[in-house]
Design a protein around this ligand. Structure first.
Ligand SMILES: NC(=O)c1ccc[n+]([C@@H]2O[C@H](COP(=O)([O-])OP(=O)(O)OC[C@H]3O[C@@H](n4cnc5c(N)ncnc54)[C@H](O)[C@@H]3O)[C@@H](O)[C@H]2O)c1
Length: 271
């Protein structure tokens, strides 16, 4: 996600520094961007000059101290509250006072991340969709203390990325995962209760509801561990049993059947 986000900022004229705790991943990220852009050049949708210019705007940062020069920082590290909070505390101590700190979290409360900083009014969610260069939507999530000025600035920046921002308030799952994950969870319950098999559940949603992908295929694509984690976040966050994860979802995750990435989930894949 970090590389995709860096790509869309650089393609829109911003200077971007990419930092990862593991430098191999930063390198991999830049190589991925290079490959995607070259493909566009090959197809004629990007000129060789534009390609050069975008690549020149991308800088590999070896140290997190690159934050000292940033106006906007978009964090996209692993989905763990303690890791995000540690990074936000560090970024808060390094970045200039005007710098806005954004998180690409899919489900963690923005307000709780902001609470470890001295600038909660400048902390905000920028939830990009995967794959970032392709998907138009960005959920802009306002933490409890996020000011209108900061929200507006991030909203305008998102539009400059040629994306469509939507305003969201900070509640578990935001809008996207609050609606998507219970639908996936319900599809798993439908399978668990023997109402229909995997193929037919997906077929109903594809042909009957015009979804491009069935919910079980989508769950495999996202990763069943991620689906379970988000359902648990909704369940805990709202304290409402309507969000209880399906026991079958738990069982698959315990078995290591995590979807595409492990070759087996609701369907089987060649790895
Ligand atoms: N994958 C998706 O479809 C998707 C979609 C929307 C949002 N997100 C969110 O984006 C974030 C990243 O997801 P991802 O799928 O790209 O994860 P990923 O595991 O592929 O990448 C996370 C990267 O963070 C790095 N990292 C870990 N700890 C770090 C630290 N302390 N400092 C710097 N770098 C560190 C890791 O080395 C890794 O390269 C998560 O919050 C996730 O919820 C993911």
């Amino acid at each position: 996600m970090g590389a995709g986000i860096a790509q869309v900022f650089a393609a829109s004229g911003y200077q971007v520094s990419l930092y990862d705790v593991d430098q191999k991943n930063t390198q991999k990220g830049i190589e991925g961007i290079d490959k995607r852009l070259k493909k566009q050049v090959g197809k004629g949708s990007l000129s060789a000059k534009e390609y050069e210019e975008i690549m020149e705007r991308l800088h590999l940062a070896n140290e997190i101290t690159a934050a000292q020069k940033a106006d906007l920082i978009v964090e996209a590290v692993v989905e763990k509250m303690e890791v995000k909070q540690a990074i936000f505390a560090e970024l808060d101590s390094l970045a200039p006072s005007h710098t806005v700190l954004a998180t690409n979290t899919s489900s963690l409360p923005i307000t709780e991340i902001a609470a470890v900083t001295t600038r909660p009014e400048k902390v905000i969610g920028m939830h990009f969709m995967n794959p970032v260069p392709v998907m138009k939507l960005v959920e802009i999530i306002r933490g409890l203390a996020t000011t209108d000025e900061v929200y507006q600035a991030v909203y305008e920046t998102t539009k400059k990325l040629n994306k469509t921002p939507v305003e969201v308030h900070d509640f578990p799952g935001f809008v996207s995962n609050r609606i998507l994950m219970p639908m996936i969870n319900e599809a798993v319950f439908t399978l668990y209760e023997g109402v229909a098999n995997e193929e037919d559940i997906d077929q109903v949603m594809k042909l009957g509801m015009n979804h491009p992908m069935g919910p079980l295929t989508l769950a495999d694509f996202i990763g069943l561990d991620t689906c379970l984690f988000i359902m648990e976040t909704l369940h805990k966050g709202f304290g409402d049993d309507k969000y209880r994860p399906c026991p079958l979802l738990r069982k698959y995750v315990k078995a290591g059947w995590l979807g595409r990435k492990t070759g087996k989930g609701f369907f089987t894949y060649e790895t």
